[in-house]
Design a protein around this ligand. Structure first.
Ligand code: GCW
Length: 723
């Protein structure tokens, strides 16, 4: 390279990090020049060239990513070479594809990391220092490349580098609730990423960047369509579009899945029935599945929402969920596909407490499903609330693989704008002890298969990704996409460690930024619980759009109305789910059951989920229920104010655009936290008939004022300016 070209490259690299507009598009894969001079020297000496033996689309994208990352982080072009001819060569590959890797004494370590794992280590080859990224399969090498890049992005040392890791869960999926008309159910980041009208002819570059982001955190599957499914996606024209997406994702180790509308044989197959035991229906699905595999040879399988919230299902024909799931499983089995059958079922016609219904319907079916069926269970028994107890199905179906489904999109946690880091929420569920096999039977062990030894494992997150430039509608929502992937890979990681990585890669390694932002993120989940649904309350949001407080709402289906859940009266507040009430608590194993059922042992955080508590009863704090309620609502707002102040102190430490956008969202969050607090306290005060205790900020408006607010036209950028 001539000097001029070198100079140009250097300028570009410099300009790339210092001047590039930071609009969030690059997520945690920004690869800015390493700002720590000593680290930069270390990296430049340790990483000088790249050898990739073997060729495959996956190895090619791994090499490209590494070159791209090093170009940005090190500010130099790291050349591809044919052999280890100098110190500092990075050797990427598998024993099958690379003679160099095969010659290294890595067999034992590689055996331990399985099909998707990797080994990254500093070692020597022929007396020269090298960094090896080795795996059993190419996709493992890609994951290893991302692990190495993560180390550099977080400014970790390369001395004695020895990483070895493998995912603990097999299916690590994003569930997109994307509709064929380009809208996204409960999506707050613009429209769908999938441009169905342009596909398969036009391939947006975003598909590839989406795949890179997913691969970087180990996500290996995407359900492309909404669980409220449209049968048309199974028609040939749409399958061609699906195939085009699958082609983009394949090198990144990502398989595509689709939602199967149970009535598809009628709607697009011309049959009179969708009865899962009808031979013509079974034959139709077999043919349909064969057709899918002809265009998408590595198709993952189906996700199904059946007999839930109006979706068709086997019960329409007096058949069970197992009959329905097994029919699809039989069609998919010859191709290696799976069925993910959702347990999110409840019926308006059934008078039982809604949170009991999934358990009641599914536990009798334990053992009745085909081996390629996984039952997909939401983290809690209600519906993605800011806090719920863990779902009692976890641990209760030992002969059925259970996947966990969490919501990355924040339908009930402030949608686009509120800064709520979900790592602690997911950590809490994964760590919950079901006691299914005695102490230590955590939800994590149920879903990673280690408790019951199941052959199939999975976890799914309802995606928060959309067509917005920043992917997720707000910068901090990216952290939830990131955290989901990291936890799906290793459900043992701490929420703090994940936040730490994400902040460093997404914003900066500056410790004066990392520490306070991490503190904000870690406090944010408890804050939203406090200002929306403290002490185990749930489902207090506006009906339909699910935006803002509406504890007064009582019209329509009872199990969709807040008053069904909070049960406020002049005596007290909360849903009695003990033996004197709905007895939902009996669905948990002892001693969890007893702990929740007993007023003396139930944690405050779930108090009103399980108990109807008198307004004057004293809680652990010494405060009465009424005082504690006001206290928690106020604490939620105070935390958000503290988050805002913290952020204000960080001006100038990151790029101006992202700084300003986060500031704007925090202002919205503070306003809305107050709205939640004031509307809720005023509403509950009608029942407690007690004054707001001294020392707490009084509500800004009357209850009638809040009840009259109609919000919002666009929940992403609220129009409730009056709040
Ligand atoms: O939380 C509810 C949502 C619905 C969603 C449903 C589900 C896809 O409000 O929009 O429908 O859950 O999970 O099926």
């Amino acid at each position: 390279m001539s000097r001029v070209v070198l100079l140009l490259c250097a300028l570009l690299a410099w300009g790339g990090s210092a001047l590039r507009a930071e609009d969030g598009y690059d997520l945690w894969l920004r690869y800015p020049l390493v700002s720590d001079a000593a680290r930069l020297r270390e990296y430049r000496a340790a990483l000088t060239a790249l050898v990739v033996e073997g060729d495959s689309p996956t190895l090619r994208v791994a090499a490209d990513e590494l070159a791209r990352g090093l170009r940005g982080l090190l500010g130099v072009e790291v050349p591809r070479v044919g052999r280890v001819d100098r110190d500092g060569v990075i050797v990427v590959g598998t024993p099958a594809g690379s003679r160099l890797i095969a010659s290294l004494p890595l067999a034992k370590e590689l055996r331990a990391v399985g099909a998707e794992g990797y080994v990254v280590r500093a070692t020597t080859v022929g007396g020269r220092r090298v960094v090896v990224v080795a795996a059993n399969r190419d996709v493992g090498a890609l994951y290893g490349v991302f692990a190495l890049l993560r180390r550099l992005q977080t400014h970790g040392s390369l001395r004695g580098l020895a990483l070895a890791d493998a995912p603990r869960i097999q299916l690590r999926l994003l569930d997109h609730w994307d509709n064929l008309d380009g809208s996204v159910e409960r999506g707050y980041a613009g429209g769908s990423l999938w441009k169905w009208d342009e596909l398969p002819g036009t391939i947006s570059p975003r598909y590839r960047d989406y795949a890179r982001a997913n691969a970087s955190i180990g996500i290996n599957g995407a359900v492309l369509t909404n669980v409220n499914a449209d049968a048309r996606v199974l028609t040939p024209a749409y399958l061609a579009k699906v195939a085009a997406l699958a082609d983009v994702f394949r090198p990144y180790g990502i398989r595509v899945y689709l939602t199967a509308r149970f009535s598809a044989p009628i709607e697009i197959g011309g049959l009179k029935t969708a009865d899962p035991l009808d031979p013509a229906v079974r034959a139709w699905w077999r043919r349909k599945v064969d057709e899918i595999y002809r265009v998408v040879p590595d198709f993952g399988g189906f996700l199904v929402k059946a007999n839930s919230e109006g979706q068709p299902g086997p019960q329409d024909y007096h058949r069970s969920h197992a009959d329905g799931a097994n029919m699809l499983a039989d069609a998919l089995a010859p191709h290696g596909g799976v069925v993910m059958w959702r347990a999110f079922v409840y019926s308006a016609a059934v008078p039982a407490d809604r949170v009991k219904q999934a358990y009641d319907e599914f536990t009798p079916l334990d053992g009745a499903f085909r081996p390629n069926v996984l039952v997909q269970v939401k983290n809690g028994p209600l519906d993605f609330q800011p806090r719920e107890p863990f779902h009692p199905l976890f641990g209760a179906m030992p002969r059925t693989p259970l996947m966990m489904e969490v919501q990355i999109t924040k339908e009930y946690l402030g949608m686009a704008t509120h800064l709520v880091y979900l790592g602690p929420l997911w950590r809490e569920v994964l760590d919950a002890d079901t006691y299914a096999r005695g102490a230590g039977s955590t939800v994590a062990k149920v879903i990673d298969g280690s408790l019951f030894g199941g052959a199939r494992t999975g976890i799914a997150g309802v995606s928060n990704v959309g067509s917005d430039r920043d992917w997720t509608g707000a910068h901090f929502n990216q952290a939830n996409w990131y955290a989901f992937g990291r936890l799906a890979w290793d459900p043992g990681l701490s929420a703090a460690a994940i936040a730490d990585e994400w902040i460093r890669m997404t914003f900066t390694n500056d410790p004066a930024f990392v520490a306070p932002v991490k503190a904000m993120m870690l406090a944010s989940r408890e804050a939203v619980v406090n200002y929306m649904t403290p002490l185990g309350l749930a489902h207090l949001m506006g009906t339909g759009h699910h935006y803002g407080p509406a504890p007064w709402a009582d019209a329509g289906r009872p199990d969709w109305t807040p008053s069904y859940y909070h049960r406020a009266d002049t005596l007290g507040l909360g849903f009695d789910r003990t033996a004197t009430g709905s007895n939902a608590v009996a669905q948990y194993f002892p001693p969890v059951r007893d702990r929740f059922a007993n007023r003396a042992t139930v944690p405050d955080s779930l108090l009103l989920w399980f108990h109807h508590v008198g307004w004057n009863e004293r809680l652990r704090s010494g405060r009465t229920l009424w005082e504690e309620l006001v206290h928690r609502y106020s604490a939620g707002v105070d935390t958000v104010r503290w988050m805002r102040r913290t952020w204000e102190g960080l001006r100038g430490r990151i790029d101006a655009q992202r700084y300003a956008e986060v500031s704007r969202d925090l202002a919205i969050q503070e306003r809305e936290a107050k709205w939640w607090r004031d509307a809720s306290i005023l509403y509950f005060q009608q029942f407690s008939r007690m004054p707001i205790p001294a020392g707490y900020e009084p509500p800004a408006h009357t209850l009638e004022y809040y009840m009259r607010l109609t919000c919002p036209a666009d929940p992403r950028r609220p129009t409730c300016d009056a709040v």
